[in-house]
Structure formats: structure tokens, C-alpha cells
Design a protein around this ligand. Structure first.
Ligand SMILES: NC(=O)c1ccc[n+]([C@@H]2O[C@H](COP(=O)([O-])OP(=O)(O)OC[C@H]3O[C@@H](n4cnc5c(N)ncnc54)[C@H](O)[C@@H]3O)[C@@H](O)[C@H]2O)c1
Length: 141
């Protein structure tokens, strides 16, 4: 029987024990987090903006179409945690990068925030969850 290197991750997804790390909690990252949470997948959200993180910790949304009521439930049950502590990246199994990609003067997307985030993930320390030697990252842009 052949063993696929993604099998441990697939199993975690099926068993809903996977932790999704969403990096950048703006107009893409916060609704995406809600989509995971509604499917029963735990999310740790990362952002540099401490005001946003504090609001989310109180169950307060800053995006019009996301209601506080639903967000608060996930915060209270602990399935959604927002943080500025990028050391906690090591607890996530998959990452979705949702940081800005502003246009440069030549109207090319500036990928410096994406590249910096990839570096942060790479240096996020020892993996401390069983099976975390198989992790995945996506960039949403
Ligand atoms: N908004 C849209 O409709 C839309 C549609 C398609 C694609 N996108 C793409 O999705 C990406 C995110 O867009 P958005 O609209 O959500 O942006 P946004 O500005 O609303 O949110 C980005 C968030 O990332 C945070 N951030 C910035 N640098 C960071 C870093 N190094 N680490 C962690 N957090 C960081 C910011 O504080 C902010 O909360 C961009 O590449 C954008 O082009 C956006």
C-alpha cells in the first residue's frame, strides 16, 4: 500500500481536528475564517493590527456583512482565536495567506508582504502537533 505524504493532513481535515491559520484578517481573511468555522474547522487568525485582533477577541466584527452574533459564538467556544503572536503559527496545520498585494508604480502586484509572511511561516519554530511534518500553505490573491 502506498502512503501519500498528504494522508496525515487529509485525516485531520476529515476528522475536523485540523487547525487553519489565516494570516491577514481583512476583507478576504475574516470571511474566509468564518467559512472554515461554519464547517467546524478551528481557526487561528493572525494580523499585525492589534486593534483588529482585540476587536475580534471581543467578538466584534469590523466588516459590515459579518455579524457580531455569529462571530461571538465562535470566539466564546474557542474555535476562533485572533492573535498578533506569530509564534503561534507553529500550532497551525495549514495556512492561508491573505495579506495585501498593492500595485507598484508599474502596476505589478507588490509581493513583499506575501514573501515576508512565507518567511515568517518558515521560521515559525518546531512543529508541536503530531503529524505536523505535513503542512500546507495557500496564498489568496
Ligand atoms: N478584497 C477583495 O475583494 C479581494 C478580492 C480578491 C483578492 N483579494 C486579494 O486578497 C488579498 C487580501 O486582500 P484584502 O482585501 O483582504 O486586504 P485587507 O487590506 O482588507 O486586509 C489585509 C489584512 O492583512 C493585514 N496584514 C498586513 N500585513 C500583514 C502581515 N505581514 N502579516 C499579517 N497580517 C498582515 C492587515 O492588517 C489587514 O488586516 C490581497 O492580495 C488582495 O489583492 C482581495
Amino acid at each position: 500500500m502506498s502512503v501519500n505524504t498528504l494522508d496525515p493532513l487529509r485525516e485531520k481535515i476529515q476528522q475536523k481536528t485540523v487547525v487553519a491559520g489565516v494570516i491577514g484578517l481583512g476583507y478576504v481573511g475574516l470571511p474566509l475564517s468564518l467559512s472554515f468555522l461554519r464547517k467546524g474547522i478551528r481557526v487561528t487568525g493572525f494580523d499585525l493590527d492589534s486593534e483588529k485582533v482585540e476587536k475580534l477577541g471581543r467578538g466584534e466584527s469590523y466588516i459590515k456583512h459579518i455579524g457580531n452574533e455569529e462571530l461571538s459564538v465562535f470566539v466564546e467556544q474557542g474555535s476562533f482565536q485572533a492573535t498578533t503572536d506569530f509564534g503561534r503559527l507553529q500550532h497551525s496545520d495549514v495556512f492561508v495567506i491573505c495579506v495585501p498585494t498593492p500595485l507598484t508604480s508599474t502596476r505589478e502586484p507588490d509581493l513583499k508582504f506575501v514573501v515576508a509572511t512565507a518567511g515568517t511561516i518558515d521560521s515559525s519554530g518546531e512543529y508541536d502537533l503530531p503529524g505536523n511534518d505535513h503542512r500546507g500553505a495557500l496564498a489568496d490573491s
